[in-house]
Design a protein around this ligand. Structure first.
Ligand code: FMN
Length: 376
Protein backbone atom coordinates (compact mmCIF):
# COMPACT_ATOMS: atom_id res chain seq x y z
CA UNK A 1 0.00 0.00 0.00
CA UNK A 2 1.21 3.51 -0.84
CA UNK A 3 0.80 6.61 1.30
CA UNK A 4 0.17 5.37 4.86
CA UNK A 5 -0.88 8.80 6.16
CA UNK A 6 -3.35 9.42 3.31
CA UNK A 7 -4.84 5.99 3.88
CA UNK A 8 -5.23 6.23 7.64
CA UNK A 9 -8.58 6.90 9.36
CA UNK A 10 -9.72 10.39 10.33
CA UNK A 11 -12.51 11.61 12.58
CA UNK A 12 -14.58 14.38 10.94
CA UNK A 13 -17.33 15.50 13.30
CA UNK A 14 -19.30 12.35 14.13
CA UNK A 15 -17.93 10.47 11.10
CA UNK A 16 -15.01 8.09 11.05
CA UNK A 17 -13.40 8.41 7.61
CA UNK A 18 -11.54 5.30 6.49
CA UNK A 19 -9.11 7.34 4.41
CA UNK A 20 -8.31 10.97 3.67
CA UNK A 21 -8.95 11.17 -0.07
CA UNK A 22 -11.90 13.58 -0.31
CA UNK A 23 -13.78 14.39 -3.49
CA UNK A 24 -13.66 18.17 -4.04
CA UNK A 25 -16.87 20.01 -4.95
CA UNK A 26 -17.07 20.08 -8.75
CA UNK A 27 -19.61 21.99 -10.81
CA UNK A 28 -20.58 19.79 -13.77
CA UNK A 29 -23.81 21.48 -15.01
CA UNK A 30 -25.70 18.29 -15.72
CA UNK A 31 -28.86 18.71 -13.62
CA UNK A 32 -32.31 18.74 -15.20
CA UNK A 33 -32.43 21.87 -17.38
CA UNK A 34 -35.86 23.06 -16.31
CA UNK A 35 -36.29 22.04 -12.65
CA UNK A 36 -32.55 22.22 -11.80
CA UNK A 37 -33.08 18.98 -9.90
CA UNK A 38 -30.40 16.28 -9.85
CA UNK A 39 -31.35 13.27 -11.96
CA UNK A 40 -30.38 9.57 -12.04
CA UNK A 41 -27.29 10.32 -14.18
CA UNK A 42 -25.99 12.55 -11.36
CA UNK A 43 -26.66 9.82 -8.78
CA UNK A 44 -24.69 7.36 -10.90
CA UNK A 45 -21.73 9.78 -11.15
CA UNK A 46 -21.50 10.32 -7.40
CA UNK A 47 -22.06 6.63 -6.58
CA UNK A 48 -19.18 5.73 -8.93
CA UNK A 49 -16.89 7.90 -6.79
CA UNK A 50 -18.13 6.76 -3.37
CA UNK A 51 -16.10 4.38 -1.22
CA UNK A 52 -16.98 3.09 2.25
CA UNK A 53 -16.36 5.67 4.94
CA UNK A 54 -15.02 8.32 2.52
CA UNK A 55 -16.20 11.90 2.09
CA UNK A 56 -17.56 13.36 -1.13
CA UNK A 57 -18.43 17.05 -1.27
CA UNK A 58 -21.20 17.57 -3.79
CA UNK A 59 -20.97 20.37 -6.31
CA UNK A 60 -21.76 24.00 -5.51
CA UNK A 61 -25.54 24.28 -5.28
CA UNK A 62 -27.46 27.57 -5.31
CA UNK A 63 -29.54 28.15 -2.19
CA UNK A 64 -31.99 30.46 -3.96
CA UNK A 65 -32.86 31.54 -7.45
CA UNK A 66 -30.81 34.79 -7.33
CA UNK A 67 -27.78 32.65 -6.46
CA UNK A 68 -27.72 30.99 -9.87
CA UNK A 69 -25.10 31.85 -12.47
CA UNK A 70 -24.64 28.81 -14.68
CA UNK A 71 -26.95 26.69 -16.80
CA UNK A 72 -27.57 23.18 -15.51
CA UNK A 73 -26.36 23.66 -11.95
CA UNK A 74 -28.62 21.87 -9.45
CA UNK A 75 -30.43 23.86 -6.75
CA UNK A 76 -31.62 23.03 -3.23
CA UNK A 77 -34.58 25.41 -2.94
CA UNK A 78 -37.51 23.36 -4.34
CA UNK A 79 -39.22 20.05 -3.52
CA UNK A 80 -38.13 18.58 -6.86
CA UNK A 81 -34.52 19.49 -6.14
CA UNK A 82 -34.68 17.97 -2.65
CA UNK A 83 -36.13 14.79 -4.14
CA UNK A 84 -33.44 14.73 -6.84
CA UNK A 85 -30.69 15.11 -4.28
CA UNK A 86 -32.25 12.33 -2.20
CA UNK A 87 -31.60 10.02 -5.15
CA UNK A 88 -27.93 11.08 -5.19
CA UNK A 89 -27.51 10.71 -1.44
CA UNK A 90 -29.17 7.29 -1.34
CA UNK A 91 -26.88 6.03 -4.12
CA UNK A 92 -23.78 7.25 -2.25
CA UNK A 93 -24.98 5.80 1.05
CA UNK A 94 -25.70 2.47 -0.64
CA UNK A 95 -21.96 2.29 -1.31
CA UNK A 96 -21.11 3.21 2.28
CA UNK A 97 -19.95 6.71 1.38
CA UNK A 98 -20.57 10.06 3.05
CA UNK A 99 -21.68 13.18 1.21
CA UNK A 100 -21.86 16.85 2.18
CA UNK A 101 -23.60 19.47 0.02
CA UNK A 102 -21.81 22.71 -0.88
CA UNK A 103 -24.19 25.65 -0.39
CA UNK A 104 -23.66 28.47 -2.90
CA UNK A 105 -24.72 31.93 -3.93
CA UNK A 106 -22.78 33.34 -6.90
CA UNK A 107 -23.59 37.01 -6.23
CA UNK A 108 -22.16 39.11 -9.06
CA UNK A 109 -20.82 36.07 -10.95
CA UNK A 110 -24.19 35.84 -12.68
CA UNK A 111 -26.12 37.44 -15.51
CA UNK A 112 -29.58 38.97 -15.69
CA UNK A 113 -30.72 36.05 -17.87
CA UNK A 114 -30.63 33.85 -14.74
CA UNK A 115 -32.40 36.34 -12.49
CA UNK A 116 -36.13 36.56 -11.74
CA UNK A 117 -37.69 39.12 -14.08
CA UNK A 118 -34.36 39.65 -15.85
CA UNK A 119 -33.15 41.80 -12.93
CA UNK A 120 -29.50 42.56 -12.35
CA UNK A 121 -27.47 40.08 -10.29
CA UNK A 122 -27.06 41.03 -6.62
CA UNK A 123 -23.81 41.69 -4.76
CA UNK A 124 -22.52 43.55 -1.70
CA UNK A 125 -21.81 46.59 -3.89
CA UNK A 126 -22.36 47.72 -7.47
CA UNK A 127 -18.91 46.64 -8.68
CA UNK A 128 -18.72 44.62 -11.89
CA UNK A 129 -16.18 41.93 -12.66
CA UNK A 130 -13.78 43.47 -15.11
CA UNK A 131 -10.49 42.47 -16.58
CA UNK A 132 -8.89 40.61 -19.37
CA UNK A 133 -11.00 37.81 -20.73
CA UNK A 134 -13.46 37.92 -17.81
CA UNK A 135 -16.84 37.02 -19.28
CA UNK A 136 -20.22 36.04 -17.87
CA UNK A 137 -22.14 33.03 -19.08
CA UNK A 138 -25.78 33.67 -19.97
CA UNK A 139 -28.59 31.22 -19.28
CA UNK A 140 -28.35 30.33 -22.97
CA UNK A 141 -24.64 29.54 -22.60
CA UNK A 142 -23.31 32.63 -24.45
CA UNK A 143 -20.23 34.47 -23.12
CA UNK A 144 -20.80 38.22 -22.62
CA UNK A 145 -19.26 41.03 -20.51
CA UNK A 146 -20.33 41.08 -16.86
CA UNK A 147 -23.09 43.49 -15.88
CA UNK A 148 -22.76 45.84 -12.94
CA UNK A 149 -24.65 44.11 -10.09
CA UNK A 150 -27.18 45.75 -7.78
CA UNK A 151 -26.07 46.29 -4.18
CA UNK A 152 -28.20 44.37 -1.68
CA UNK A 153 -30.19 46.41 0.86
CA UNK A 154 -29.36 45.59 4.48
CA UNK A 155 -32.65 43.77 5.07
CA UNK A 156 -32.08 41.73 1.91
CA UNK A 157 -28.82 40.47 3.41
CA UNK A 158 -30.92 38.95 6.19
CA UNK A 159 -32.94 37.16 3.50
CA UNK A 160 -29.73 35.66 2.14
CA UNK A 161 -28.91 34.30 5.60
CA UNK A 162 -32.39 32.84 5.80
CA UNK A 163 -32.02 31.27 2.33
CA UNK A 164 -28.81 29.54 3.40
CA UNK A 165 -30.51 28.34 6.60
CA UNK A 166 -33.46 26.98 4.64
CA UNK A 167 -31.10 25.32 2.15
CA UNK A 168 -29.19 23.70 5.02
CA UNK A 169 -32.52 22.38 6.27
CA UNK A 170 -33.44 21.17 2.78
CA UNK A 171 -30.09 19.36 2.54
CA UNK A 172 -30.96 17.61 5.79
CA UNK A 173 -34.30 16.55 4.36
CA UNK A 174 -32.47 15.16 1.34
CA UNK A 175 -30.42 12.95 3.67
CA UNK A 176 -26.98 14.56 3.31
CA UNK A 177 -24.40 13.94 6.03
CA UNK A 178 -23.58 17.64 6.36
CA UNK A 179 -23.12 20.89 4.47
CA UNK A 180 -20.20 23.02 3.35
CA UNK A 181 -20.58 26.79 3.09
CA UNK A 182 -18.98 28.08 -0.13
CA UNK A 183 -16.94 31.06 0.98
CA UNK A 184 -14.40 30.79 -1.84
CA UNK A 185 -13.66 31.56 -5.49
CA UNK A 186 -15.05 35.08 -5.76
CA UNK A 187 -18.70 34.19 -5.13
CA UNK A 188 -21.12 36.12 -2.92
CA UNK A 189 -19.64 35.33 0.48
CA UNK A 190 -16.11 36.12 -0.71
CA UNK A 191 -17.43 39.31 -2.35
CA UNK A 192 -18.58 40.35 1.12
CA UNK A 193 -15.24 39.38 2.69
CA UNK A 194 -13.01 41.31 0.34
CA UNK A 195 -12.50 45.04 0.31
CA UNK A 196 -12.60 45.81 -3.42
CA UNK A 197 -16.00 44.11 -3.85
CA UNK A 198 -17.48 45.27 -0.55
CA UNK A 199 -17.85 49.06 -0.38
CA UNK A 200 -20.77 48.93 2.04
CA UNK A 201 -21.20 51.31 4.93
CA UNK A 202 -23.70 49.23 6.95
CA UNK A 203 -22.86 46.47 9.45
CA UNK A 204 -21.82 44.17 6.58
CA UNK A 205 -19.13 46.48 5.21
CA UNK A 206 -16.15 48.55 6.22
CA UNK A 207 -13.70 46.90 8.61
CA UNK A 208 -12.74 43.24 8.59
CA UNK A 209 -15.21 42.35 11.35
CA UNK A 210 -18.09 43.78 9.37
CA UNK A 211 -17.01 42.17 6.11
CA UNK A 212 -16.75 38.78 7.83
CA UNK A 213 -20.20 39.13 9.41
CA UNK A 214 -22.26 37.55 6.62
CA UNK A 215 -20.09 34.43 6.33
CA UNK A 216 -20.20 33.99 10.10
CA UNK A 217 -23.97 34.57 10.33
CA UNK A 218 -24.57 32.02 7.58
CA UNK A 219 -22.21 29.48 9.11
CA UNK A 220 -23.88 29.88 12.49
CA UNK A 221 -27.32 29.53 10.88
CA UNK A 222 -26.18 26.24 9.31
CA UNK A 223 -24.81 25.01 12.64
CA UNK A 224 -28.21 25.64 14.23
CA UNK A 225 -29.75 23.29 11.66
CA UNK A 226 -27.02 20.64 11.65
CA UNK A 227 -24.91 21.02 14.77
CA UNK A 228 -21.47 22.55 14.25
CA UNK A 229 -19.78 19.20 13.76
CA UNK A 230 -21.62 18.58 10.48
CA UNK A 231 -20.83 21.95 8.91
CA UNK A 232 -17.68 22.81 6.96
CA UNK A 233 -16.53 26.06 5.36
CA UNK A 234 -14.52 26.51 2.17
CA UNK A 235 -12.21 29.50 1.70
CA UNK A 236 -9.68 30.53 -0.93
CA UNK A 237 -7.29 33.04 0.62
CA UNK A 238 -4.88 34.51 -1.94
CA UNK A 239 -7.22 33.26 -4.68
CA UNK A 240 -7.94 35.21 -7.84
CA UNK A 241 -10.96 33.35 -9.26
CA UNK A 242 -13.85 35.35 -10.72
CA UNK A 243 -12.17 38.70 -10.21
CA UNK A 244 -11.42 38.16 -6.53
CA UNK A 245 -8.29 39.14 -4.65
CA UNK A 246 -7.65 40.94 -1.38
CA UNK A 247 -4.68 43.32 -1.26
CA UNK A 248 -3.56 42.03 2.12
CA UNK A 249 -5.25 38.67 2.80
CA UNK A 250 -3.42 37.84 6.04
CA UNK A 251 -5.36 40.03 8.50
CA UNK A 252 -8.72 39.31 6.86
CA UNK A 253 -8.35 35.55 6.71
CA UNK A 254 -6.67 35.32 10.10
CA UNK A 255 -9.72 37.04 11.59
CA UNK A 256 -12.18 34.84 9.69
CA UNK A 257 -10.40 31.58 10.50
CA UNK A 258 -10.00 32.43 14.18
CA UNK A 259 -13.70 33.28 14.40
CA UNK A 260 -14.71 30.06 12.61
CA UNK A 261 -12.35 28.12 14.87
CA UNK A 262 -14.51 29.11 17.85
CA UNK A 263 -17.52 27.32 16.38
CA UNK A 264 -16.21 23.73 16.52
CA UNK A 265 -16.98 23.00 12.87
CA UNK A 266 -16.56 19.65 11.07
CA UNK A 267 -13.71 21.08 9.01
CA UNK A 268 -12.14 24.04 7.26
CA UNK A 269 -11.44 23.52 3.55
CA UNK A 270 -8.94 25.50 1.47
CA UNK A 271 -8.30 25.91 -2.20
CA UNK A 272 -4.57 26.35 -2.49
CA UNK A 273 -3.74 29.62 -4.30
CA UNK A 274 -1.56 27.82 -6.87
CA UNK A 275 -4.75 26.25 -8.29
CA UNK A 276 -7.02 29.28 -8.05
CA UNK A 277 -9.07 29.31 -11.23
CA UNK A 278 -8.58 25.59 -11.97
CA UNK A 279 -12.23 25.46 -12.95
CA UNK A 280 -11.60 27.78 -15.90
CA UNK A 281 -8.10 26.95 -17.07
CA UNK A 282 -5.05 24.80 -16.43
CA UNK A 283 -3.15 26.92 -13.94
CA UNK A 284 -0.28 26.19 -11.62
CA UNK A 285 0.79 29.56 -10.26
CA UNK A 286 4.35 29.55 -8.99
CA UNK A 287 5.80 31.34 -5.97
CA UNK A 288 2.46 31.84 -4.24
CA UNK A 289 1.83 31.20 -0.55
CA UNK A 290 0.35 27.94 0.72
CA UNK A 291 -2.95 28.51 2.49
CA UNK A 292 -2.66 25.39 4.63
CA UNK A 293 0.87 26.25 5.76
CA UNK A 294 0.00 29.89 6.55
CA UNK A 295 -3.26 29.34 8.37
CA UNK A 296 -2.89 25.95 10.08
CA UNK A 297 -1.65 27.65 13.27
CA UNK A 298 -5.03 29.42 13.60
CA UNK A 299 -7.17 26.31 13.11
CA UNK A 300 -7.54 23.59 15.73
CA UNK A 301 -9.99 21.35 13.85
CA UNK A 302 -9.84 19.18 10.76
CA UNK A 303 -8.19 20.93 7.81
CA UNK A 304 -8.81 19.81 4.23
CA UNK A 305 -6.84 21.33 1.38
CA UNK A 306 -7.20 21.09 -2.41
CA UNK A 307 -5.21 22.26 -5.38
CA UNK A 308 -3.06 20.26 -7.73
CA UNK A 309 -2.28 17.47 -5.27
CA UNK A 310 -0.85 14.12 -6.32
CA UNK A 311 -0.68 11.07 -4.09
CA UNK A 312 2.89 12.02 -3.19
CA UNK A 313 2.20 15.65 -2.31
CA UNK A 314 -0.99 14.71 -0.43
CA UNK A 315 0.93 12.19 1.65
CA UNK A 316 3.67 14.73 2.34
CA UNK A 317 1.18 17.45 3.39
CA UNK A 318 -0.55 15.14 5.86
CA UNK A 319 2.72 13.70 7.17
CA UNK A 320 4.00 17.24 7.78
CA UNK A 321 0.82 18.17 9.67
CA UNK A 322 -0.16 20.89 7.17
CA UNK A 323 -3.51 19.24 6.42
CA UNK A 324 -5.58 16.33 7.72
CA UNK A 325 -7.20 15.35 4.44
CA UNK A 326 -6.79 16.27 0.77
CA UNK A 327 -9.58 17.03 -1.66
CA UNK A 328 -9.00 16.05 -5.27
CA UNK A 329 -10.89 17.73 -8.10
CA UNK A 330 -9.80 17.24 -11.68
CA UNK A 331 -8.27 13.79 -11.27
CA UNK A 332 -11.39 12.60 -9.42
CA UNK A 333 -13.40 13.56 -12.52
CA UNK A 334 -11.44 11.16 -14.72
CA UNK A 335 -10.70 8.47 -12.12
CA UNK A 336 -13.90 7.32 -10.41
CA UNK A 337 -11.83 4.82 -8.41
CA UNK A 338 -9.23 7.44 -7.44
CA UNK A 339 -8.66 6.25 -3.83
CA UNK A 340 -7.83 2.74 -5.01
CA UNK A 341 -5.59 3.98 -7.82
CA UNK A 342 -3.60 6.13 -5.42
CA UNK A 343 -3.39 3.45 -2.76
CA UNK A 344 -2.27 0.73 -5.17
CA UNK A 345 -0.12 2.90 -7.43
CA UNK A 346 -2.25 2.33 -10.54
CA UNK A 347 -1.89 4.79 -13.45
CA UNK A 348 -4.32 7.71 -13.67
CA UNK A 349 -6.62 8.40 -16.61
CA UNK A 350 -6.14 11.99 -17.87
CA UNK A 351 -9.17 14.29 -17.75
CA UNK A 352 -10.76 16.03 -20.70
CA UNK A 353 -11.48 19.68 -19.90
CA UNK A 354 -13.85 19.98 -22.88
CA UNK A 355 -16.43 17.83 -21.05
CA UNK A 356 -16.12 19.42 -17.58
CA UNK A 357 -19.26 21.53 -17.92
CA UNK A 358 -22.60 20.45 -19.33
CA UNK A 359 -23.61 17.52 -21.47
CA UNK A 360 -24.58 13.98 -20.61
CA UNK A 361 -22.64 10.81 -19.78
CA UNK A 362 -19.60 11.56 -21.96
CA UNK A 363 -16.77 12.80 -19.75
CA UNK A 364 -19.02 12.29 -16.72
CA UNK A 365 -19.99 8.69 -16.02
CA UNK A 366 -17.99 6.99 -18.78
CA UNK A 367 -14.49 7.22 -17.29
CA UNK A 368 -13.41 3.64 -16.58
CA UNK A 369 -12.34 2.07 -13.32
CA UNK A 370 -8.84 0.63 -13.51
CA UNK A 371 -8.95 -2.91 -14.78
CA UNK A 372 -5.28 -3.73 -14.97
CA UNK A 373 -4.91 -2.47 -18.55
CA UNK A 374 -2.92 0.67 -19.36
CA UNK A 375 -5.31 3.64 -19.27
CA UNK A 376 -3.08 6.60 -20.03
C1 FMN B 1 -14.72 21.43 -13.39
C2 FMN B 1 -14.48 22.10 -12.08
C3 FMN B 1 -15.55 22.51 -11.31
C4 FMN B 1 -15.33 23.09 -10.05
N1 FMN B 1 -16.41 23.41 -9.28
C5 FMN B 1 -16.24 23.84 -8.01
C6 FMN B 1 -17.34 24.03 -7.16
O1 FMN B 1 -18.50 23.78 -7.52
N2 FMN B 1 -17.09 24.49 -5.90
C7 FMN B 1 -15.82 24.75 -5.46
O2 FMN B 1 -15.64 25.17 -4.31
N3 FMN B 1 -14.75 24.54 -6.24
C8 FMN B 1 -14.92 24.07 -7.50
N4 FMN B 1 -13.83 23.79 -8.27
C9 FMN B 1 -12.49 23.81 -7.66
C10 FMN B 1 -12.14 22.39 -7.17
O3 FMN B 1 -12.98 22.01 -6.09
C11 FMN B 1 -10.68 22.27 -6.71
O4 FMN B 1 -10.48 23.07 -5.58
C12 FMN B 1 -9.70 22.66 -7.80
O5 FMN B 1 -10.02 22.01 -9.01
C13 FMN B 1 -8.27 22.31 -7.42
O6 FMN B 1 -8.16 20.91 -7.15
P1 FMN B 1 -7.52 19.91 -8.25
O7 FMN B 1 -6.18 20.48 -8.61
O8 FMN B 1 -7.41 18.58 -7.53
O9 FMN B 1 -8.42 19.89 -9.42
C14 FMN B 1 -14.02 23.27 -9.56
C15 FMN B 1 -12.93 22.88 -10.36
C16 FMN B 1 -13.14 22.29 -11.59
C17 FMN B 1 -11.96 21.81 -12.38
Amino acid sequence: MNFPHLFSPLQVGPYRLQHRVVMAPLTRMRADRSSFAPRPLNAEYYAQRATPGALLIAEATPVMVTGRGNPGTPGIYSEAQIAGWRGVVDAVHAKGGLIFLQLWHVGRVSHSSFQPGGALPVAPSAVAIAGNGMLAMTAGGKMVPYETPRALETDEVGQIVEAFRQAADNAKQAGFDGVEIHGANGYLLEQFLQSHTNLRTDKYGGGIENRARLLLEITEAATRVWGADRVGVRLSPYGIANGSGEDDPMPLYTHVIKALDQLGLAYLHFIEPRSSGAGRAEVNWQNVPSAMVLFRPHWRGVLISAGGFTGETAEAAIAAGHADAIAFGRIFISNPDLPRRLRDGFPLTPYNRATFYGGEAAGYTDYPVYDGMATA
